[in-house]
Design a protein around this ligand. Structure first.
Ligand code: G3P
Length: 223
């Protein structure tokens, strides 16, 4: 399963990218607004920093506007994926952009039917928003299960990009279902790495090592 970061924060992106853990990035207008500064500069820097797919979202809601913006965003780099909303004009834009070899990610997906239509339109990715469904008392992950079954039945090339992830359990559930990608807020990725027993275990090993009165191992003896 690929791991994307769901952020426009360049410090977080650099930190986790340097660890080799970032397969791609997803952004949206809210995430970019949170960073302040020139959003265009931020988007260009993200595209330069991470090699994998970078989803950049259009602001227009009409077909012509989406196409115009999609073409502009795609010029930022070969790894740009144009994020369009799940609307009739959005689906039309997916098809048109695909004919120009521009990849798309259909966002704001809340049902398996929406995902099916986005895949049929030719989107490279669908983004079901899990946390927001959980927020209103639905089980977001059930939608991911249904999408997975439908895409397998028909061999759609479209990848399932699980979004609106709120905690590490969402990641485990998505991985068990076989979702292609999860996009994570940086704090969720941090939480996935941490376990109190790891910290306790490491502290104990280091304490015990001191008892041996050795320094760190050196290759001084031929064996
Ligand atoms: O990429 C957008 C999506 O992940 C939104 O997440 O937490 O605002 O529902 P959230």
């Amino acid at each position: 399963m690929k791991i994307f970061l769901d952020t426009a924060n360049l410090d977080s992106i650099r930190k986790y990218n340097d660890l080799g853990l970032v397969d791609g990035i997803t952004t949206n207008p809210s995430l970019l607004a949170k960073e302040g500064g020139d959003v265009e500069d931020i988007m260009v820097e993200i595209v330069r920093t991470v090699k994998g797919p970078i989803s950049l979202e259009v602001i227009s809601t009409d077909f012509q506007g989406m196409i115009r913006e999609g073409r502009t965003l795609s010029k930022y780099g070969k790894n740009v994926v144009v994020k369009v909303p799940m609307t009739p004009d959005g689906l039309k834009a997916v098809r048109a952009l695909r004919s120009e070899q521009i990849r798309t990610n259909v966002t704001l997906i809340f049902s398996a039917n929406q995902a099916l239509l986005a895949a049929k339109a030719g989107s490279s990715y669908v983004s079901p928003f899990i946390g927001r469904l959980d927020d209103i008392g639905d089980i977001g992950m059930d939608v991911v299960k249904d999408i997975k079954t439908i895409f397998s039945n028909y061999d759609f090339e479209c990848e399932i990009l699980v979004a609106s992830v709120r905690h590490p359990l969402h990641v485990i559930e998505a991985a068990k279902i076989g979702a292609d990608i999860v996009t994570l807020p940086p704090d969720v990725l941090g939480k996935m790495m941490a376990h109190p027993l790891t910290d306790i275990g490491l502290a104990r090993f280091l304490e015990d090592w001191k008892k041996t009165k050795s320094s760190t191992p050196k290759i001084t003896v031929e064996r």
